[in-house]
Design a protein around this ligand. Structure first.
Ligand code: SF4
Ligand code: SF4
Ligand code: SF4
Length: 158
């Protein structure tokens, strides 16, 4: 099979702006990732929640619409390239953010996000239409609240 060195691979990097919100956990640096990831797909197969998909140019990325990150580190462990930090460190600094499309803004009762948050980072004040509040100290950016939200109101961002 044709071998492509990292310098040439970096020339093939997707030209549009990098969306850092979709990058894998524990990555050292986005530039190192796009230069040295071989797009082998091993991390896709290793991920127990199957949230890693092929993104632009074949590079792996996270899709929280498919599930949450369990911080199992299997994606980092299986990778043979020097892309990842020590997985005993925090995986990333992403946190959940809630947009205007939350049903509470229409006075519709919904607790799907808080029901799905194992970290108990999402809470509601008393009152049916109260907006969810995110405790940023508790939120670890796992993305578990994204798919259950019926209005796609939640994104996970740096
Ligand atoms: S840490 Fe585990 S659950 Fe999270 S993306 Fe990597 S393999 Fe998937
Ligand atoms: S799941 Fe979505 S719509 Fe429901 S309360 Fe949470 S953010 Fe709002
Ligand atoms: S990203 Fe995870 S920890 Fe943060 S609010 Fe959503 S479910 Fe809870």
């Amino acid at each position: 099979m044709l071998k492509i060195n990292s310098a040439k691979r970096s020339l093939w990097r997707p030209k549009k702006q990098i969306n850092k919100d979709n990058l894998l956990p524990w990555l050292k640096d986005a530039d190192i990732f796009f230069e040295q990831c071989t797009q082998c797909g091993d991390c896709l197969s290793a991920c127990p929640t199957q949230i890693i998909v092929k993104g632009d140019g074949g590079y792996p990325k996270i899709d929280f619409n498919l599930g949450e990150c369990e911080f199992c580190s299997k994606c980092a462990d299986i990778c043979t390239q020097p892309l990842f930090l020590d997985t005993r460190l925090p995986a990333w600094s992403k946190k959940a953010q809630i947009s205007e499309s939350c049903l509470a803004n229409k006075n519709i009762y919904c607790r799907s996000c808080s029901d799905s948050c194992e970290a108990q980072a999402l809470t509601f004040q008393l009152g049916i239409s109260a907006l969810p509040t995110i405790n940023l100290d508790l939120c670890n950016g796992c993305g578990g609240c994204v798919a259950p939200c019926p209005t796609q109101a939640i994104i996970i961002k740096e």
